[in-house]
Structures are given as structure tokens and as C-alpha cells.
Write a protein that binds this ligand. Structure first.
Ligand SMILES: [Fe+2]
Length: 591
């Protein structure tokens, strides 16, 4: 049985397909159309999923989307009615208009987008060039947070677990917690619009002069440079309540009254200003984008990060008390806060944490598949998502064809020789592009679409930024470490296979790996096991044999665009940056 899941008309549009409960493919649309976090309809992703499954759309029995316009409808109506005299704000899909939009426009657009979600069948038939009657599948609307929860449970190793989806908004809800057992997810609590931890993080990110969708990670990287001097202000901005709940002090925000311009059309999502003038009254003037970062800016970031952690542990401690469980499945956009994730074991009674590799909205495509297969159809659970290599791969003939087309000279090695040579290149100070196997799903490159360098060299961060990444200098780079050696270098050893945990590096080891040690002594590690990625594990082992260090600096294979998908993307990136060596499978091209 084939089930297709879709995230559409929302940031990080994506598709996933499962056959008899096994995940065949999952991929984000941005990797095909090269538009970061693109929203809209994930047509190329759907086509890829069908190719990977070797099936036509007519053979798919169930198709679902991670939105349900009818969910919480009574709450939406109640909220809209109480606010109608002012305007209709919202974090549903809508189109940005210069100079704002009137209430009529907002309502019209929202209805139009709701209609799109409802008419998934029509949209799919139209974009695939089929008649509506050709689609035999049963169609499903899966509520946004149900899809998140499913994505963190049904593919986890847990038979029973506490679950938390923590997010901006989806289907009028920001946060939902639940208990998962077998094929059932029972919702225990939720926090509704307009209260959201994700919104506080995004608003503060904007206030600090980082305006783009997905910039929150920059503020997380900035936080360790500051002191939480504004923690009381943030405790006022977001307050905790009994029962694991929290609420915003709404005077700090615009989303609930004036409406915020947003675009979820084709292209990167755009979000207008969320914070109100109250931010400046309490924290001083907004930082302009590109202005020098001040001590105050760092302190605001530190305070925000601390408050997020306090609220998250407040929810999680309640969830533990309510369930008595020590296994946790975590999802939602806020679950990309790897600093928060890395402190869960230290601050709660949870003992094992599974963070779905695409914890954000793209991962709801996977959640939709499993909510249908396990939750609705009672299919057997038989798949654990241990890695994230669910995207396109290319044959050796395709790699060779692209190299020939490029006119670059190259050498070809045996499997064993390839990792040895690459390890020598890295230990010799080269910046190495590493393109192998299937592309990763989710925001992190995990050793298949990566740029790799020597973590021992203090100057590597600057070299990477100057030659390729052009990132803000305060942002850290991440280490990949052999799973069996984690305890030698890090203070915690719980596996972090998808680079979604930040742990403290042991003080005595920090000086030996300066390129991956953040200013506060932390590192956002990826634990690499031979079982999940044999070739990457071999490469790090070969590097360790040369250097004595079981770690590589791993950053995503891209310049400032979505991670490369095809060998052509990789060659283009190699040509326009100052990378030293590019490995495409077993073929190496050097400058
Ligand atoms: Fe979400």
C-alpha cells in the first residue's frame, strides 16, 4: 500500500511516500526549485517520490496534506468574532501586499487558501496533467500538529512515549502534547493562537535585525556571546501558567490585532513585522539589519534563549508528570533549537529523546503518511527513521556524465581509496566537497551533501566563511564525531544522529578542536554510526587514523542557497566557490 504525504502552501513545502509502512522517500521542494524554504505546491517533490517508489499517482491509495481547515473551527470563529472590529490577523496563509491589506482582502485570501487545501485533489490532478477521475486515492486532511506528533512517534524507536510538538502556528495551534502508544496518539493538551513560543523567537529575531524566514538559528548562535540581562523582560513577554501552559503578553505583538503581512505563495515565505513598539520601549531601539552587533543585542539573544528553555522545560516537566514516561518524541519548528534540545536530559526527567530529522514543517509530510498508515488504518509499525537519507541519489554513470560535461579533470578511486584520499586531503588543510548517496531530508547535511574540513585548525572557520559560506562570523560550525567516541569529547553521550543537539565539549578537549568549539564551549554535534552511514563513518575513521581526532567539521554543501541536490548543483557550487577538492562518489576533482 502506498501513502503520499504533502506539506503545501506553507514554508518548506515537501512530499514523502511510504510503502507498507516503510519510508521510501522524503524531500523538500526547495532542493529542486532552488528557492530557500519555498512554499507553494511541492510538485517536483511529489514526482520524485513517485519515481523513487516506481509507481504512478494512480497507484497511490491514500494522499494527505498536513493542514485541516476545519480543525478548531469554533475557536477560529470565536477569535475572529472578538477581533472583527479591529482586523483579522493571522498566521494562516495569505498574500503580502505593499502597504498592508484590508480586512476584506485578508478574509478573501484566507478563504482562497483554505479552498486550496480543501481542493488538494483538484490541484494534484491539474499539476500532474490528469483528469480528476484518474485519481483513485482517498484524500485526507491531517491537522498540522497531529502530523508533527505522528512524525516524531511512529518512526521513533519507542513503543510508548510522551510527545511534544512546539511551533510557530499551524491550524490555529502553537503547541500540542500527547502520549503515543502503539498505533495511537492521544492528545493531552495544547496552546492556541495567539500564544506561541515560536512567535516570540521569530519576533525577537526580527527585532534583532534578522528578517528572513529561518533566521532564528542565527539568534541561537548569537546567544552565547551575551548575558541574560533581559531575562525579566522576557519573563514578562512570555509567562508560564499551570498545567504546562504559557501565554504571551500581547501588548508586545502585532499578529493578533493588526494582521501581519505574509506570503506562502511560490517562493520563499515572507513574514511582516510581528513585534510591536512595546519591544523598543522595554529593550531599546530595534537593531537595523546589517548594523554592528552590540553587547545589548547579544544580551537580548541570551535572554530570549534562556526564556525559551525555561518555558520548554516547564511544558516538558508537566508532560512527564502527566505521563510518567521517560521517552520523548519532539517535533515542530522550535525543535530545531538544538541548544534547547541538548539541555532536555539535564533539566527534565526524560532519558531518551527522538527528534525527527525534519522536525519543522517539511517533516509533516512524513507525519501525514504515518498518521494515515498507523493512526487511521492501523498498519503495523515496522520502520525507525535512523538517518535522513531519503532524497535523490545518482548513478555512477550520471556522476561521470556531469563531470564530462563540466570539462573538469578528475581521478577515480576504489571505495576504500576514496575515503583514505579524502581524509588525507582534509588533514592536509583542504576544503572538501563530499557528495555521496542519497540527499538528506531536513535542514542538516549529514555526510552525503557536506563540505568537510579539519576541526583542529583554528583558522578554518574564517577560511570557510571567506571562501564559501559568507556567514556571520559569530555563527558556529558543527562537528561530526564517531558515535563510539562521543564520551571522549562531549559531556553528554545521548546519540544525536541528525545534528539536533548541542552539548558541552569537555574543557580539556576544546583547544584541540577549535573550529567546531563555540564561544561557550559547546558544539552542535552529529554522532555518526557505521550502521546509518557506513561511508561517512569510514571517512571519519580514516581521518582519525591520520590525526588522532575522530571528528570532522561538517557544514552543508551550499554557498548561500538550498543544499545541493544533483551532481550538477555540486559542480556549480565547486566552480563558483574556492573549494579545493570535490568528491562525487569515487571521483575526485582538484583545483
Ligand atoms: Fe509546524
Amino acid at each position: 500500500m502506498l501513502v503520499l504525504g504533502i506539506n503545501a502552501y506553507h514554508g518548506d513545502a515537501a512530499a514523502a511516500i511510504i510503502r507498507d509502512g516503510q519510508l521510501i522517500a522524503a524531500v523538500e521542494e526547495e532542493r529542486f526549485n532552488r528557492c530557500k524554504h519555498c512554499a507553494g505546491f511541492p510538485l517536483e517533490s511529489i514526482k520524485y517520490c513517485l519515481r523513487a517508489a516506481g509507481a504512478s499517482i494512480e497507484e497511490v491509495e491514500h494522499i494527505g496534506i498536513s493542514r485541516d481547515p476545519s480543525a478548531h473551527l469554533h475557536k477560529k470563529i470565536l477569535f475572529a468574532a472578538t477581533r472583527a472590529a479591529k482586523s483579522v490577523g493571522g498566521f494562516e496563509r495569505s498574500k503580502s501586499q505593499p502597504g498592508g491589506r484590508g480586512i476584506l482582502g485578508a478574509v478573501t485570501e484566507r478563504l482562497a487558501n483554505t479552498a486550496k487545501v480543501r481542493s488538494l485533489k483538484d490541484e494534484l490532478a491539474k499539476t500532474l496533467g490528469l483528469a480528476r477521475g484518474d485519481l483513485q486515492a482517498q484524500f485526507h486532511n491531517i491537522e498540522h500538529h497531529r502530523a508533527h506528533l505522528a512524525s516524531s512517534f511512529f518512526v521513533s524507536p519507542f513503543e510508548r512515549a510522551a510527545l511534544l510538538s512546539i511551533d510557530g502556528f499551524g491550524d490555529f495551534i502553537s503547541t500540542m502534547w500527547a502520549i503515543g502508544q502503539g498505533n495511537r496518539v492521544e492528545v493531552l493538551g495544547q496552546v492556541e493562537y495567539p500564544h506561541s513560543t515560536g512567535i516570540v523567537y521569530t519576533a525577537t529575531t526580527q527585532f534583532l535585525g534578522f528578517p528572513h524566514y529561518g533566521d532564528e538559528g542565527k539568534v541561537m548562535g548569537l546567544a552565547p556571546y551575551g548575558e541574560p540581562r533581559y531575562i525579566e523582560e522576557f519573563r514578562d513577554i512570555i509567562r508560564t501558567d499551570e498545567g504546562g501552559r504559557f501565554r504571551l503578553s500581547l501588548e508586545y505583538f502585532r499578529h493578533h490585532t493588526e494582521g501581519v503581512e505574509m506570503s506562502w505563495d511560490e517562493g520563499s515565505p515572507l513574514i511582516g513585522r510581528i513585534f510591536s513598539d512595546e519591544y523598543a520601549r522595554r529593550l531599546g531601539p530595534q537593531r537595523e539589519s546589517g548594523a554592528p552587533l552590540t553587547r545589548r543585542d547579544c544580551d537580548i539573544a541570551a535572554s530570549l534563549q534562556q526564556r525559551l528553555e525555561e518555558v520548554a522545560f516547564h511544558i516538558l516537566n508537566h508532560l512527564h508528570e502527566q505521563t510518567g514516561l521517560t521517552d520523548l518524541g519532539l517535533s515542530g519548528g522550535v525543535a530545531y533549537n538544538s541548544v534547547m534540545n541538548g539541555k532536555i536530559l539535564l533539566n527534565t526527567r526524560f532519558r531518551r529523546v527522538f527528534v525527527q530529522p525534519a522536525a519543522g514543517d517539511s517533516g509533516t509530510a512524513v507525519g501525514v503518511c504515518y498518521q494515515i498508515y498507523n493512526g487511521l488504518l492501523d498498519g503495523e509499525r515496522s520502520y525507525v527513521m535512523e538517518g535522513a537519507d531519503t532524497g535523490p541519489e545518482f548513478s555512477d554513470a550520471e556522476l561521470l556524465a556531469e563531470l564530462e560535461r563540466s570539462g573538469l579533470s578528475y581521478e577515480t578511486y576504489s571505495d576504500r581509496e576514496t575515503t583514505r584520499r579524502a581524509a588525507e586531503d582534509i588533514a592536509g588543510g583542504a576544503v572538501v566537497g563530499w557528495f555521496q548517496g542519497r540527499m538528506e531530508f531536513g535542514p542538516r547535511a549529514l555526510g552525503n551533501r557536506s563540505i568537510l574540513v579539519d576541526p583542529r585548525r583554528a583558522d578554518m572557520k574564517d577560511i570557510l566563511n571567506e571562501r564559501i559560506k559568507k556567514r556571520e562570523p559569530f555563527r558556529p560550525f558543527a562537528p561530526s564525531i564517531l558515535e563510539e567516541r562521543v564520551g571522549d569529547y562531549f559531556e553528554q553521550t545521548h546519540p544525536a544522529p541528525t545534528m539536533l543537539m548541542v552539548y558541552q565539549i569537555r574543557p580539556e578537549k576544546r583547544a584541540s578542536i577549535p573550529a567546531v568549539t563555540h564561544v561557550d564551549g559547546s558544539g552542535r554535534l552529529q554522532t555518526v554510526s557505521a550502521k546509518v552511514n557506513q561511508r561517512y563513518h569510514q571517512l571519519i575513521s580514516d581521518f582519525c587514523a591520520l590525526s588522532g581526532v575522530p571528528i570532522l567539521l561538517n557544514t552543508s554543501f551550499n554557498e548561500n542557497e538550498p543544499i545541493v541536490c544533483t551532481p550538477r548543483h555540486a559542480i556549480d557550487c565547486f566552480m563558483k566557490t574556492r573549494m579545493d577538492v570535490l568528491y562525487l562518489g569515487n571521483h575526485a576533482t582538484r583545483r
